[in-house]
Design a protein around this ligand. Structure first.
Ligand code: HEC
Ligand code: HEC
Length: 224
């Protein structure tokens, strides 16, 4: 008797367990749940087709020194950025987990193939490695280099990423890097990797890190 009771108890536990599981998986995710990480698109990008789509983008991304209004920061450079990262960024805007109204509107009209094509285009955009705009002193830049030891594993020793799904930071505009780091710190931009890395950074460290990466040559403008 003892044994069959045990078996019944085990069956009941399984049944309840399964019911609880079923309920859990059909429930909508909690509002605070972080968005699922995005993967690069598996379609092969066609840079020539991407050049046609990219014409609408260069109106902002192709004007050197063009500013986003309120908050004011330079529109990020895309020339020489990794295609896999560009695909992840565009999918984030398209599904709305990466905020910025204009970019969400731009990305929402793009299919997966469009995203692969336009990413291939900007990655291969012909241009010379540039430095980003920065008014930082040599001391600030070196202080940033010293603080970047926790960033090297992914963004490389001089801001050229170790894997294509991570962004190149070298040569990006300083004001954009500042804005990105502040957004990761205050949670305005959600990313499982970057949020905890930015959280402990103070204002001075953020400024020095942005200055360091902006001062390294790599990304470049995409003037049409
Ligand atoms: C009206 C100006 C404007 C237009 C047009 C525009 N962008 Fe953007 N884009 C921005 C701004 C501003 C940001 C920075 C937004 C933010 O802070 O997330 C941005 C960010 C991006 C990023 C993220 C860069 C990074 O380093 O994370 C990508 C990728 C991008 N845009 C691609 C495109 C593509 C592709 C198009 C054309 C289909 C396009 N953009 C059209 C203004 C524009
Ligand atoms: C474990 C890998 C990893 C490490 C370490 C890391 N990052 Fe990142 N970083 C990422 C990834 C992944 C993204 C893109 C996240 C997203 O989609 O928003 C990113 C994005 C960024 C961006 C935004 C770039 C853009 O174009 O929008 C900045 C700025 C940045 N990281 C700075 C840093 C700094 C500074 C450190 C060191 C304190 C650091 N990261 C450490 C993986 C890493």
């Amino acid at each position: 008797m003892f044994r069959s009771n045990d078996i019944i108890a085990a069956i009941l536990a399984c049944a309840f367990g399964a019911a609880a599981f079923a309920q859990q998986s059909s429930a909508p995710p909690a509002p605070s749940a972080p968005p699922a990480p995005l993967m690069p698109i598996t379609l092969v990008g066609d840079a020539e087709r991407g050049a046609v789509i990219g014409q609408t983008c260069t109106g902002c991304h192709g004007i050197p020194g063009y500013f986003n209004a309120n908050p004011a920061y330079h529109v990020p450079k895309l020339g020489g950025q990794n295609a896999d990262y560009l695909e992840i960024a565009l999918q984030g805007y398209r599904r709305g987990t990466r905020g910025h109204e204009t970019m969400q509107a731009q990305a929402s009209s793009l299919s997966d193939q469009d995203i692969a094509d336009v990413a291939a285009y900007f990655e291969s955009f012909d241009g010379e490695a540039e430095r980003g705009r920065t008014r930082a002193s040599a001391e600030q830049i070196e202080a940033g280099r010293a603080k970047a030891t926790t960033c090297v594993a992914c963004h490389g020793p001089e801001g050229v990423a170790a894997a294509p799904q991570w962004p190149n930071l070298a040569g990006q505009h300083e004001t954009y890097l500042l804005e990105a780091l502040e957004q990761y710190k205050d949670g305005g931009r959600v990313d499982m990797v970057m949020n905890p890395l930015a959280a402990p950074l103070d204002e001075q460290s953020i400024e020095e890190l942005a200055a360091f990466y902006a001062a390294q040559p790599h990304l470049h403008n995409t003037e049409p």
